[in-house]
Design a binder for this molecule. Structure first.
Ligand code: ATP
Length: 796
């Protein structure tokens, strides 16, 4: 079989129905042509139906009507699967309206072996080939990706060994050596068909449960099941690994917005689907057009993820699933008609452009070079070195706006970064909290948990204080006592020193890490409880937690808060004294001014005027008063200036105290977190105890069973045993699993299916942690083999 073809192959699969719309769908005997008739005007449609219809004819690789799953796989997919084992990337993709049979084709029935779809068959084929091709060593890995509203979801993140990624941390990337890869998507090694089927069914279950949990329709997402194959020759010692990918894609159902009457979330989903399908169509059309040098892959996550598995050196098969009932056909024909309209309009536009002497304008998506040019133009325009940006069509307008948006975002990020750097309080606060959480977490490592021994954090031994720290602490104490002594009398010297020292006597919270060790007194009396086990029955009240935090993890910031509060109080009392002094000086000025005025009025009433300049003659008393006034005013001005400084200082201190408070409060969160971690550890420890107990009881049951078997076999007389009553446990189990006695190849399928059902019954959700899954499997008596498989897998 030729396992590689450069062409994109398109097949149609028609979903069987009792109401086959014969007058709308016509499959020609060549098995490769399908004509679809579309109503011109449904209201006028009466007797002469065909005259009222316009037709679209599709020439394809194959039209498959009423074919079995097996025949479909053999005719359409087998070549692509074998190609992947020969080193060619391959993609089989089903598209079509909702309910047309995409999932049936791709996954098939999980209940029935005969009705299984392309993916289980491909997995069977892969492992059969791996066994056959003994001259090669193969490594097979699987991944299962869902794309919902342009968000990437890992459908196998629930499995042991894979860390669950937030959807936003998953990104489609390209690497020169490895091609397209999805950062954050888990890859699982598999060594047999059954292991691979386990993962397929697990992913399917996660898809269904995930869609329920998030209230979204599972058929509104694209799913890419990928088989990653690595192959190396066993005979050639210098042979390199050949890697290939086989993507089995179940696309979201296409649906017209008007037809479904979509609103809200459905409308949004439909818009995302239509957009990504339209980008996929553009990419495939561009691939099929050999004159095109640019294929727009990066427009959607779907096309980007499939970039190196479509066209070119890959085997690409598109399967158009059609629902062959009259009501459903219209949509298929409608799309074709719209495509024709678009093409005609494009041609008209190009004609208009030629007539208007603008022949170079195209309406295709922009190439990367064109996008780069627009980017450069926008940058130059913003920098002022370019006056106009040349735009000839709407696509360019969109691209220019997108570049502007990007520039604004970049600018915003720059400004935010600068602000953060300037006012580094927020950042440091955050990092301090994170550090606090980390510090608490050190108490019990994941290794401890995995090893089954949950250790509670040990009490911290009191940390020795270094000589340097001691000296620093002593000098700080001296400084503090000096500061406290500075409160009253308000001499000019004092005022100056108070003003000068204002920024050194208070501590900003971000200087916390530079700050000295807590005082010996408080350290002696208060053990830092950051390392206390806190294994209490119920979490403490917020107030209690806050008190604990203040003397524990938050002790440093609490000390700073206390210091700052002390400085604030001292400054406030200074401010009060200064205010009083300023007011006294003011009163004295007013009083002296009034006395001076009285003197003048008295002299005026006695008629003692100097002829010169109409001014009363200055008597000695008045001169003294005037000099006093000048002095008082000088004092007033000087005090007032100091008062202003101290007032600013008080404001600053208030601000710092507020910051310390905020930090203490945010620190409370860490305390709470710590409590919950402690509780969680306690619960895990108890669960492990329970498991150990149940393991013991299982061993006990086994021993009892053994004893009874021993008695039966060796101690009880042979005639007493009715051997015909014994059932073969293997047959019993097979019957329960649904394995067909005459189809031994179905064993892996039913084993995997049975295991998934068991997990489902046990209520294992899609987001169970690795440990949860592990213990669920371990405690399930029927799934011992599953654990060992996963152990092998983990080792692999
Ligand atoms: N070729 C077929 N033979 C028998 N039954 C089929 C066939 N194709 C589809 N069906 C049945 O039609 C129903 C809808 O099919 P399916 O769920 O695969 O549609 P879909 O295109 O995946 O829809 P959606 O886009 O909503 O996911 C299912 O019950 C399936 O079993």
């Amino acid at each position: 079989m030729k396992t590689h073809s450069r062409e994109v192959q398109v097949f149609v699969r028609i979903r069987p129905t009792a109401n086959f719309a014969r007058d709308l769908i016509e499959c020609l005997p060549d098995g490769q042509t399908v004509n679809i008739y579309h109503r011109k005007n449904s209201k006028k449609l009466q007797d002469s139906r065909k005259r009222q219809l316009s037709s679209c004819s599709f020439q394809l690789e194959g039209v498959l009507q009423d074919v079995s799953q097996e025949e479909f796989y053999t005719r359409v997919c087998r070549r692509v699967v074998l190609g992947a084992l020969d080193g060619y990337n391959g993609t089989v993709m089903c598209f079509g309206q909702t309910g047309a049979g995409k999932t049936y084709t791709m996954t098939g029935s999980t209940e029935s072996y005969k009705q299984r779809g392309v993916i289980p068959r491909a997995l069977q084929e892969v492992f059969q080939e791996v066994e056959k091709r003994t001259e090669h060593a193969f490594n097979v890995h699987l991944s299962y990706l869902e794309i919902y509203n342009e968000t990437l979801v890992d459908l196998l993140s629930s499995l042991r060994g894979s860390s669950r990624q937030s959807p936003h941390s998953m990104v489609v990337m390209e690497e020169p050596e490895r091609g397209v890869l999805i950062r954050g998507l888990s890859l699982h090694p598999v060594h047999s068909e059954e292991e691979a089927l386990n993962l397929l069914f697990e992913g399917e279950m996660n898809r269904i449960i995930g869609s329920h949990a998030l209230n979204r329709n599972s058929s509104r997402s694209h799913c890419i099941f990928t088989v990653h194959v690595e192959c190396r020759s066993r005979t050639l010692s210098d042979a390199k690994y050949v890697t290939s990918k086989l993507n089995l894609v179940d696309l979201a159902g296409s649906e017209r917005l008007g037809k479904t009457g979509s609103e809200g979330q459905m409308m949004k989903e439909a818009a995302y689907i239509n957009r990504s399908l339209s980008f996929l169509e553009q990419a495939i059309l561009a691939l099929a057009d050999h004159r095109r040098d640019h294929v727009p892959f990066r427009q959607s996550k779907l096309t980007h993820a499939l970039k190196d598995s479509l066209g070119g050196n890959c085997n690409t098969v598109l399967v158009a699933n059609i629902y062959s009932e009259a009501a459903k056909i219209e949509e298929t024909a409608q799309i074709k008609k719209l495509e024709k309209d678009v093409q005609m309009l494009k041609e008209e536009l190009s004609l208009c452009n030629t007539l208007a002497n603008r022949p170079s304008i195209t309406y295709e998506s922009l190439s990367e070079a064109q996008l780069a040019e627009i980017h450069s133009q926008v940058q130059r325009y913003l920098a002022g070195s370019l006056e106009n940006i040349s735009i000839v069509n709407i696509t360019q307008v969109h691209a220019v706006f997108a570049q502007f948006k990007l520039a604004v975002q970049e600018q915003e990020q720059k400004v935010t970064a600068q602000l953060r750097q300037t006012y580094n309080l927020v950042k440091k606060d955050q990092s301090a909290n994170t550090a606090a959480i980390k510090e608490w977490d050190i108490g019990s490592s994941t290794e401890d948990v995995e090893a089954g021994s949950i250790s509670v954090p040990k009490k911290n031994a009191p940390r020795p204080i270094s000589t340097k720290a001691k000296t620093k602490k002593l000098s700080e104490k001296q400084n503090q006592s000096k500061r406290r002594g500075q409160g009253s009398p308000v001499s000019r010297k004092h005022l100056e020193s108070a003003s000068k020292s204002k920024l050194h006597s208070v501590q900003t919270p971000e200087r916390e890490h530079e700050s000295q060790e807590p005082d010996t007194e408080s350290q002696d009396t208060q053990e830092p409880p950051a390392s206390e086990p806190f294994l209490t029955a119920s979490p403490p009240t917020k107030e209690q937690a806050f008190e604990l935090f203040k003397v524990g993890q938050g002790s440093k910031i609490n000390l700073i808060l206390k210091d700052n509060k002390a400085v604030l109080l001292e400054r406030r009392s200074l401010l009060r004294q200064l205010s009083e002094e300023v007011n006294t000086a003011k009163r004295e000025i007013d009083c002296t001014t009034a006395t001076l005025q009285q003197h003048r009025e008295l002299r005026g009433s006695q008629g003692q005027y100097l002829v010169m300049e109409n001014e009363p003659p200055l008597q000695e008393a008045e001169i003294t008063l005037l000099m006093q006034l000048r002095e008082l005013k000088a004092v007033y001005r000087q005090r007032y200036e100091v008062l202003r400084d101290i007032k600013a200082e008080v404001n600053y201190c208030e601000h710092l105290v507020d910051q310390c408070r905020v930090r203490l409060l945010t620190g409370q969160f860490s305390t709470y977190l710590y409590f919950f971690l402690s509780q969680l550890r306690a619960i895990i420890a108890e669960t492990i105890n329970n498991l150990e107990r149940s393991e013991e009881s299982v061993i006990h049951v086994c021993v009892t069973e053994f004893e009874s078997w021993y008695k039966k076999s060796f101690l009880v007389h042979e005639q007493e045993l009715d051997l015909t009553m014994e059932e073969s446990p293997r047959e019993e189990e097979d019957a329960e699993k649904g394995i067909l006695p005459d189809e031994p190849s179905s064993e892996s399928f039913y084993n995997a299916r049975y295991r998934t059902l068991k997990r489902e019954q046990q209520g294992a959700g899609p987001y169970s942690s690795a440990e949860e899954l592990f213990w669920a499997e371990k405690t399930s008596p029927n799934s011992t083999c599953y654990i060992s498989e996963f152990d092998v897998q983990a080792e692999g």
